[in-house]
Design a binder for this molecule. Structure first.
Ligand SMILES: [Zn+2]
Length: 288
């Protein structure tokens, strides 16, 4: 299936019409290189075949176990919310985000990696429970690839907002308005998916679904305001990013190959953000 198509016609990734494999631009919509050098069918095959919720569940679990196993500065298992917590140092190594990594250490790519890391057992269990509910639901409405784009974009907007708030609003008197110095967790993209479902409910017409997603988002957000360790800016930024991205993606139109392509780039960029975090983090640790 990874063969390059050299003859005949392919479906344009942007408009869905048939174009020749060798055409420089789509005859209908003008998209440059509509066959993706003949690799379009391979991209489609790959993108339609993978399950993102499995990737999130496995990825987050493996990374959580890894952050516990590395154990630099880890505390022994305690009770409650600090049960099985990797240390801040280990989380930094693997790519935690927030004002300190982004603005002090210049690790801007952590807006991607942080969504795959978790601070303790309850944190990851709670988030994975939401992932299991929301990822398949969003994939059903938006398509698998647009789900991946929504997940990635809302991770970026969530961690950007909290990093900016952490860097510039630290003087505010109320702790939950200050943003985060260090932050991890899948809740930014989880709020992004809630934002996407709210948008879908308003735009495509399932008002029940939209209302339900809105209710969940409001309850979860208010819940977060009363817990000292919850990153409210990441939630807010994730929700807004998911809402805006779904407007841009337009769920009322079918998924196109362009979305598959962008989704693969999102997954690759996320993987890279974790790899780069670890490699550069180890160097930083080695040099003291
Ligand atoms: Zn086209």
């Amino acid at each position: 299936m990874w063969k390059r198509q050299k003859t005949g016609s392919v479906i344009c990734p942007a408009c869905g019409n048939l174009v020749g494999v060798r055409d420089k631009n789509c005859f209908h919509c003008g998209r440059w290189n509509p066959s993706i050098w003949g690799f379009g069918p391979a991209v489609r095959f790959f993108a339609e075949d993978f399950s993102f919720s499995q990737i999130v569940l496995w990825g987050c679990s493996i990374l959580y176990i890894a952050t516990l196993a590395v154990g630099i500065g880890n505390t022994p298992p305690q009770s409650g919310f600090s049960f099985f917590s990797p240390s801040n140092k280990v989380l930094f190594l693997f790519g935690s985000s927030g004002a300190a990594p982004v603005f002090v250490y210049g690790r801007w790519w952590t807006v991607l990696s942080a969504a795959w890391l978790h601070g303790n057992l309850i944190h990851i269990l709670f988030n994975m429970m939401w992932v299991r509910q929301l990822v398949p639901a969003t994939a059903e409405l938006f398509g698998q690839s647009r789900l991946v784009i929504l997940y990635t974009v809302s991770s970026i907007t969530g961690f950007l907002l909290t990093s900016f708030a952490g860097a510039f609003l630290g003087f505010l008197p109320i702790p939950f308005l200050r943003g985060a110095s260090f932050t991890v967790g899948a809740s930014a993209p989880i709020f992004g998916l809630l934002g996407a479902l709210v948008y879908y409910g308003r735009r495509v017409g399932s008002s029940f679904l939209g209302r339900q997603a809105w209710t969940f988002a409001v309850i979860l957000f208010l819940f977060g305001l009363f817990l000292p360790f919850v990153d409210n800016y990441a939630h807010l930024g994730g929700f807004l990013g998911g809402y805006a991205a779904s407007e841009w993606l337009g769920p009322e139109r079918p998924e196109r190959l362009n979305h598959h392509l962008l989704a693969l780039i999102c997954v690759a960029a996320t993987f890279l953000s974790i790899a780069v975090s670890v490699v550069l983090g180890l160097k930083q640790f080695a040099s003291g």
